[in-house]
Design a protein around this ligand. Structure first.
Ligand code: ADP
Length: 451
């Protein structure tokens, strides 16, 4: 303020001196003197006012620029400053605007990167967790939460508050200590269930003081289960195939010796060989049928007249039923049709009808009924046979499982694959198969399939 006043006085003095020199030179009278001094005074005042106006305007531009800069630093959206080409800060402000523009674009890009990174993490089928040296978790995706049976925690969070499985925390500590990536299959108890996870830990050294470990979890439970099932199936299938083969070779070798000379023995042994060969052939047919079901096929569904299909299947089975004098009633309405895969429905009907005859009693009966609503259709095969004990009912759909009665008393021959095949087909079509049975009364097997 003081500086401005001095400037003003200085200008005023200069003006007065100029007007004095001018007045003396022109030999002004008092009136002319007064006029010229007033004029000079006005000129000085307006000059000062103009300078002040100009300065204020430019000062304002700088002030706005400073405010915008501070706002950007505080995290607000970067904004430029309006300026005129005649401003003395025009170049500076233009560069400031370019800088603000650059900051905005960089912020937008990093925001996009963060969003992409987050949606990638969320959609990953593997669990991802990142832990730093101070054992704070800063990344924990949704899959990791699902796999560990937790609610997704808010990060950062202390590792020990989230990871409760000892073997997993051990692996993380080991990775920090050895500074090497690790890979292991861990059996983890998740909500009371044992799960198998492949765990990969990746060590990452940031700066000198900061290191991190990224943990990747992959659920192997069902893969290992399928592998186990396949190897069990192979072992069981080999065993089942070997049994009749051993019997056939054994009896053939015996027949090749002196035992073959006796006509009665020969007849008896050949009968056994024929039965075992038949069993072998049934096993091969059923194993092939099971593997056909497991393969994905794109057979288009067609219109199936169920009553006719049941009658057709019965034609093949009827001779066996006649031996036991089993009566058969197909109670399915003539006109009912469904859309379905012909081969699959035929295989289901065939297996259920064969069992209903095999495990029936002499003079027994078989009834087949069908229901249909807007979403499903259900077929029920009811027999008046020996029934299935309660403790076996949950096992009859397992591959190669044969009920105790069927094995011990040799009620009927079989491979133990019939209901496993039915179950496989039904699950392939997202259906359901149920058993309702009472020993000595009979069995009803119900298959429900979506329309
Ligand atoms: P298989 O008939 O070749 O033994 P399945 O898989 O068809 O094999 O059946 C498995 C077991 O379920 C049979 O061994 C039998 O003990 C029991 N089972 C199936 N159907 C019936 C039925 N209708 N009545 C009584 N038991 C049955």
């Amino acid at each position: 303020m003081k500086k401005k006043l001095l400037k003003f006085i200085y200008l005023l003095v200069v003006n007065l001196i100029i007007s004095a020199i001018f007045g003396i030179g022109m030999s002004f009278n008092m009136q002319q003197w007064a006029f010229i001094v007033t004029l000079m005074l006005l000129v000085t005042l307006s000059g000062v006012y103009m300078a002040k106006f100009w300065e204020t305007r430019q000062y304002k531009e700088l002030q706005v620029m400073q405010e915008r800069m501070l706002a950007t630093v505080e995290g607000h959206e970067p904004r430029g400053v309006l300026t005129e080409p005649d401003s003395s800060y025009f170049k500076l402000i233009r560069q400031f605007n370019t800088l603000q523009n650059y900051i905005r674009q960089s912020q937008e890009k990093s925001q996009r990167d963060v969003t992409n990174y987050q949606s990638l993490l969320a959609s990953l089928p593997v669990g991802v967790i990142n832990v730093n040296r101070r054992h704070m978790i800063d990344v924990f995706n949704e899959t990791a939460a699902d796999l560990l049976g937790l609610q997704q925690p808010n990060t950062p969070i202390l590792e020990s508050l989230v990871i409760r499985q000892f073997t997993l925390s051990e692996l993380i500590t080991q990775t920090f200590n050895t500074r090497r990536n690790q890979q292991s299959i861990l059996n983890l108890q998740i909500n009371g269930e044992i799960k198998q996870y492949e765990v990969t830990t990746l060590f990452h050294q940031g700066d000198l003081t900061n290191s991190e470990v990224m943990i990747i979890l992959y659920d192997l439970t069902s893969v290992l289960q399928v592998e186990r099932m396949q190897s069990d199936f192979l072992a069981n299938a080999s065993h089942e195939l070997k049994t009749p083969l051993t019997a056939i070779t054994g009896f053939v070798e015996t027949l090749q010796g002196s035992a073959g000379d006796d006509a009665a023995t020969r007849k008896q042994f050949l009968q056994i060989v024929a039965e075992e060969a038949q069993r072998l052939s049934s096993l091969v047919v059923d194993i092939l049928s099971l593997s056909r079901v497991q393969q994905k096929n794109d057979t288009m569904p067609t219109k199936l007249m169920i009553k006719n299909m049941i009658d057709e299947q019965w034609q093949h089975i009827q001779p066996a039923a006649a031996i036991k004098n089993v009566t058969f009633k197909n109670e399915v309405a003539e006109h009912i049709s469904v859309q379905g895969t012909k081969n699959d429905v035929e295989t289901i009907l065939q297996n259920l009808l064969i069992n209903a005859v095999k495990y029936n009693v002499n003079n027994g009966s078989i009834n087949v009924t069908m229901y249909k609503d807007h979403q499903h259709w259900q077929i029920n095969v009811k027999d008046s046979g020996i029934g299935i004990p309660k403790n076996q009912q949950s096992r009859i759909f397992e591959r190669f499982y044969r009920g105790d009665e069927s094995r011990q008393r040799q009620i009927a021959s079989g491979t133990g694959l019939g209901l496993a095949i039915v179950n496989e087909i039904v699950s392939k079509h997202n259906g359901e198969v149920k058993v309702n049975s009472q020993v000595g009364v009979g069995t009803t097997i119900s298959v429900t399939l979506p329309l």
